[in-house]
Design a protein around this ligand. Structure first.
Ligand code: PEP
Ligand code: MN
Length: 337
């Protein structure tokens, strides 16, 4: 439930309510708006039945939160959150572009990609060092060696970096090298991994599972936040449907739905959503128009030779054109990159 304080409620009244909540063994989460302060309550509410909180003088009302996710819920935190990855903001006022290869293949490949995407306007470099591949015989990633190239690319360009982690050992290694962790679609409900990234200090990009509902996705975010890491960004990357013309089906409606249910930012990954290079640009424009907070795009110096996801990867030139072509749309959305 949430306790909505009266406009301009005193600090003392707010402190009082928080004390009552915590004394009864529940957790409180404070969200201060310009006018109204909201105190979210997590835990067994029956412990508060005798407290008559609704009668406290500066409490306006008490609203139940019926959804099982609380900390990710917009009711707990009505303002949209801005997540910081060092100096890169992801939130309602900016448009953040992350780009890079599906898999890190060599230092040259990664550093040249980093330089190219930076020149086009991206502020974060993506690259997989641990690849969750459908076939066990497909390229599985360079692991720590790849992460070292990530660090070099960051030093040479100043871009912030993100890499997917697929296991606890991968997480323990990746935190030494990158600025943001990615939980991929296949691990969206790997609850022990979600808890581990929740205990880490790095911001997390949580991709939507291949067949996950929005409710399941927000509950996955709740796992991370409830372990003490509030820095979660969602990423819609297409869901599995009966359609085979594209690799997945991009659920554009997820963007306004997420914005109505959660305060967390949401990015769109049109590369994995479609699996087809030519569809990346039109869907990027749709993502901007629907209110996305940014994009994640696969870019490769030579897509036909890519070790993974070549058909959906853009060349440097194509990525540059994409950035130029979406700029007016981003401006229309009153954002910038
Ligand atoms: C990726 O970003 O490289 C990836 C594997 O994406 P997803 O988890 O969305 O399939
Ligand atoms: Mn990929």
């Amino acid at each position: 439930m949430i306790i909505v304080m009266k406009p301009k409620a005193s600090e003392e009244a707010i402190k009082n309510i928080i004390q009552i909540i915590e004394k009864n063994g529940l957790q409180s989460h404070l969200s201060r708006g310009d006018e109204v302060t909201i105190i979210g309550v997590v835990g067994d509410k029956t412990k508060l039945v005798n407290q008559s909180l609704e009668l406290a003088p500066e409490v306006d009302k008490i609203v139940p939160v019926t959804e099982s996710y609380k900390l990710a819920n917009k009711k707990f935190h009505p303002q949209s959150s801005t997540i910081l990855v060092d100096n890169v903001s992801i939130g309602p006022d900016t448009f953040t572009i992350m780009a890079g290869p599906c898999a890190i293949e060599s230092e040259e490949q990664l550093v040249s990609t980093a330089k190219a995407i930076k020149a086009s306007g991206a502020t974060m470099l993506r690259g997989g060092a641990y690849k969750p591949r459908t076939s066990p015989y497909a390229f599985q990633g360079l692991e720590e060696e790849g992460l070292k190239y990530m660090q070099t690319a960051k030093q040479e360009t100043g871009l912030r970096t993100i890499c997917e982690v697929t296991s606890l050992p991968a997480l323990e290694t990746a935190i030494k090298y990158v600025d943001m962790l990615q939980i991929g679609a296949r691990n969206m409900q790997n609850f022990s991994l979600l808890k581990e990234v929740g205990r880490s200090k790095l911001p997390v990009l949580l991709k939507r599972g291949l067949a996950a509902t929005i409710d399941e996705w927000l509950n996955a975010a709740e796992y991370i936040i409830s372990e003490g890491n509030p820095n979660v960004v969602l990423c819609e990357r297409g869901i599995r449907t009966f359609e085979t013309a594209t690799r997945n089906t991009l659920d554009i409606s997820a963007i306004p739905v997420i914005h109505s249910k959660s305060h967390l930012p949401i990015l769109v990954d049109p590369s994995h959503a479609t699996g087809v290079r030519n569809y990346v640009e039109p869907l990027s424009k749709c993502a901007v128009a629907a209110g996305a907070d940014g994009l994640m795009i696969e870019v490769h110096p030579n897509p036909p030779c890519a070790l993974s996801d070549g058909p959906q990867s853009l060349t440097f030139e194509q990525f540059d054109t994409l950035c130029e072509d979406i700029r007016p749309y981003v401006q229309l959305a009153k954002r910038s990159f």
